[in-house]
Design a protein around this ligand. Structure first.
Ligand code: NAD
Length: 368
């Protein structure tokens, strides 16, 4: 298994043929042929753990390139500049990044900072006339998300959310099967999303910066997953919160929430979001004609899964490489992924998060 994993992890976008990832209107299929179209020139804001992963993945992109940095830590900027050959004129800090408006060499900014900073930073980038790719959750509630969407629209820039799973080949295959009716009438989705969080001083456990707890960070995968696996929007939620460590998980920072969602077709979802359990990364979809089991379902991969027809065999490709090439194509050519990655998609998840928090607090069934 180890050697298979190593082998899969070494595969890159340029060395294998990639299955079709987009809806039939405009198909995306990577090839080994040299790419000669436009390159999306991206600045990363927030050079932390995920920013580092995205930058590395972009080394294998054909259509996107890291060309700029926005950081509050000069020592990181020095290191990243050397590693990625980034000119000083493309480097900014959190005070002066509005000046990016005068920089014709940057097309888009990828916001990869703590959740509660996303809204203000996205709005500033949009007002500087650059496209925004923003990490999930795009904001800390639906009101924020909508303001971000409206501002980007008014500024005539694109707003995309870092939903990397919407480009992941096994996930895309399952969505295609669902659209083709291969599972029959869908009845049930289960999403388990969680990990055991460490350092109690990190921003993820500080409501001012995180906007919440596990739900904002990892539970959102089960919400988004329920929507793309079932292909419907929920009409109600119920939720129950459990807190075993009120010192680590302070007021407003959720440790564990179980939640249920009901859909117009009658399908139901049962999900778990937690910062207090490990090995939780599993999706299960059940229909009248078949099923899908994915585990891991949303980690960095390789994703593994099987349906009633057998194992999912699509290749593992670094998620963020596919995502960034796909987003470049979306920005330049309006080529859409099979499930949207735009700001409106982000707002849909935030509306559900708002409702789940309300349901957990009141104990009531909340309509959407
Ligand atoms: P991180 O702590 O590793 O990095 C955050 C970065 O933001 C750091 O470089 C930090 O210096 C910077 N920062 C700027 N202002 C800050 C402030 N006031 N307080 C604290 N840090 C500040 O976190 P991360 O894991 O990189 O997460 C960043 C974002 O990316 C989050 O929104 C998270 O949800 C998202 N994320 C997405 C995925 C994914 O798979 N899509 C994975 C991990 C994280």
């Amino acid at each position: 298994m180890g050697s298979r994993r190593n082998f899969l992890e070494k595969l890159t976008i340029s060395t294998i043929s990639i299955p079709i990832l987009y809806s039939p209107t405009k198909l995306f299929a990577a090839s080994t042929a040299p790419y000669e179209g436009p390159i999306l020139r991206v600045a990363i804001m927030g050079l932390g753990s995920y920013g580092t992963r995205v930058a590395k993945a972009m080394e294998s992109c054909k259509r996107a390139k890291l060309v700029g940095l926005i950081s509050g830590t000069p020592s990181k900027v020095v290191k990243w500049r050397a590693k990625y050959d980034i000119p000083e004129k493309n480097c900014y800090n959190y005070d002066n990044f509005d000046n990016i408006k005068d920089n014709p060499d940057i097309d888009a900014v990828y916001v990869i900072t703590p959740n509660a900073l996303h809204k203000e930073q996205t709005i500033r980038v949009a007002k500087a006339g650059k496209h925004v790719i923003c990490e999930k959750p795009m904001g800390i509630n639906a009101k924020e998300g909508q303001e971000m969407v409206d501002t980007c629209k008014a500024a005539n820039v694109k707003l995309l959310v870092g939903y990397r799973m919407h480009y992941e080949p096994k996930t895309v295959e399952v969505i295609k099967m669902r659209k083709a009716g291969e599972f029959g009438k869908l009845k049930f989705f289960q999403g388990l999303s969680g990990f055991t969080i460490g350092d109690p001083t990190q921003w993820r456990l500080n409501k001012e910066l995180s906007g919440g707890g596990a739900m904002m960070d990892i539970g959102i995968y089960s919400i988004n997953g329920a929507r793309y696996m079932l292909g419907e929007e929920p009409i109600w939620v119920t939720a129950q919160e459990t807190k075993t460590d009120p010192i680590k998980f302070k007021e407003g920072v959720d440790e564990t929430i179980q939640f249920q969602m009901g859909f117009p077709s009658g399908a139901v979802a049962s999900c778990l979001s937690t910062y207090a359990m490990s090995h939780l990364d599993r999706f299960f979809l059940n229909g009248e004609k078949g099923f899908v089991e994915m585990r891991p379902s949303t980690g960095y991969g390789p994703i593994k899964g099987r349906t009633h027809k057998g194992e999912l065999t699509q290749p593992h490709i670094t998620h963020q490489t596919l995502q960034m090439d796909g987003m470049a194509q979306l920005i330049f050519e309006e080529v859409q992924p099979i499930v949207p990655v735009d700001g409106e998609e982000g707002v849909k998840d935030l509306k559900i998060i708002d409702a789940i928090y309300k349901a957990a607090k009141t104990g009531e069934k909340v309509s959407l």
